[in-house]
Design a protein around this ligand. Sequence first.
Ligand code: WT7
Length: 658
Amino acid sequence: MTSIDSLLHEYRRFPPTPEFTKNAVATPALAEAAAADQLGFWADQARQLHWHTPFTQTLDWSNAPFAKWFGDGTLNVAYNCLDRHVLAGNGDRVAFHWEGEPGDSRSLTYAELTAQVKKAANALAALGVVQGDRIAVYLPVVPEAVIAMLAIARLGAVHSVVFGGFSADSLRARIDDAQAKLVITADGGWRKGKAFPLKATVDAALDQAPEGTSVEHVLVVKRSENDVEWTEGRDLWWHDVVDAADAEHEAEAFESENPLFILYTSGTTGKPKGILHSSGGYLTHTSSTHRNVFDLHPETDVYWCTADVGWITGHSYVIYGPLANGATQLLYEGTPDTPHPGRWWELIEKYKVSIFYTAPTAIRSFMKLGREIPDAFDLSSVRVLGSVGEPINPEAWIWYRDVIGGGSAPIVDTWWQTETGGIMVSPLPGITSLKPGSAQTPVPGISIAVVNDDGSEVEKGSGGLLVVTEPWPGMARGIWGAPDRFVETYWSKFAEQGYYFAGDGARLDDDGDLWLLGRVDDVMNVSGHRLSTAEIESALVSHPMVAESAVVGADDETTGQAVVAFVILRADHAESQTPDEASAALRAHVATSIGAIARPRQIFIVAELPKTRSGKIMRRLLRDVAEGRAIGDTTTLADANVMQLISEKFAAVPATED
Ligand code: WT7
């Protein structure tokens, strides 16, 4: 990996072309207005939505850090994403071109999507769903995922979407934490040429409920030919209940602060946090940033964000931001390399995608395969490129611009988090002179600083902790069921200053542009997905074979970071199998307990872990081993020999390939 010091000597600049600037959505005037009056700017952005009752108060911060935005206004989020566009005469505009992995496809106009959501809302209401109820959504990327989320929002209920790659245990924990009364799933979803089972995982999750479950019904979308088990009275086919439902449904107005969704994300403890977002502020933030950052011209653009709807990127920049803006999108179910490695580029050519938003890890894996693959397709429709999830290294940035963006498309490197709801830092195409590798500047309406441990701002040219210094409309409204944990995790470090602590390190260069340096806590970023070392450690020690474990995130050429675990086996297991057998069994165990994304790249079976005299595991040293470096300073170790033994043993261990 390139060191930050050499990155900061990045001299290349890519100013916007005059043609781009001429038609750009975000103008210097807009940025200046936002800087002059932040709250006024957000109120103006909010007024672009449809309010059943207009708000008179923009922000109520009296109960900080629990914000109220547009608190006396009422709106319906789904109405804003659907009916409003139909009523404005845009019902025939395509909302989604959907492409399934096997090659089947469907296009839904705004009128068709609205009609489907109305039916689904009636069907859910008939099942007893009312405002405030929590509904778990465990679906592949199919139109029904969009329809389900919007139907839930339309009723003022709360969705908790669980990524389809999570295990039965993870799903179960999320269902229980939110006390979901309904689960919406499918009989399968296509990935890498196979229909993976989802309903079976839901069954497993609900079966492990000795003390019963909050779930009353499981609604099943038919997507594959997978056989499914059926629990009479509990399970229902989506097509049976939705197709039969009434087609008319009037959208009721809810308070701006009505909860919209919970999305679980990993933190520094073993238990994922249910990040809570609400309606008016969130929709304002996501729609405003979606327009301004991606330069959206909804009449002509075809926008494609490759994120799964199970992540925050899918919520904010597949569902809410783009639909509130009346965008036409591509939605793709499968993996980038199925049935051939050019699948994504073939889709860009087929649908003439003009705005493309993906993650650096994907770009790096395409780089490895070589430019011949994308070069075989016509990508001339692409005019804006986006990146999200982790820092994008300058090599990948240049490749992305040259090979996918025809050498001219601006790249917006967008920094944000599940907790921030929407984009916080990004260049604005048409205004910003781009710098490969830097996320550059806060977006209009957002205030960011890089501070020292005491909260004082660092000088240009130095590094520190990234904080948000003013409340913003998309900010999380809490952690579900754990308000104290919300305050403690994000607001206690700089309580005096009232800053939001993001958990990321950053540097300011001499121009004042931001360079993200990764997490400063025990949170890993694997392929742009957040994983907690503590959560994986707790999965490992739940295996009867394991006495102790330590997990670190090691640099990885493709995925950014990779999960590497160090494990001490219980004495009675250490002899009965080879380290390779033990490591294979434990990798599989993590995949079953959390999900395949958490499966360690490598597991090192060790006799001891390096600890300080006070018993704290020294992950820095383990990271040295995992990244194949010479071991750093071991003077604070209780037993300095431990590291020597570990490093000698693993000096030549190759990474496991999947
Ligand atoms: C963490 C948030 C935001 C949606 C995807 C991930 C890292 C995110 C960038 C970027 C450098 C980035 C941060 C952040 N991150 N975007 N453009 N440059 N780092 O959402 O799972 O909530 O993770 O992802 O470390 O804290 P998430």
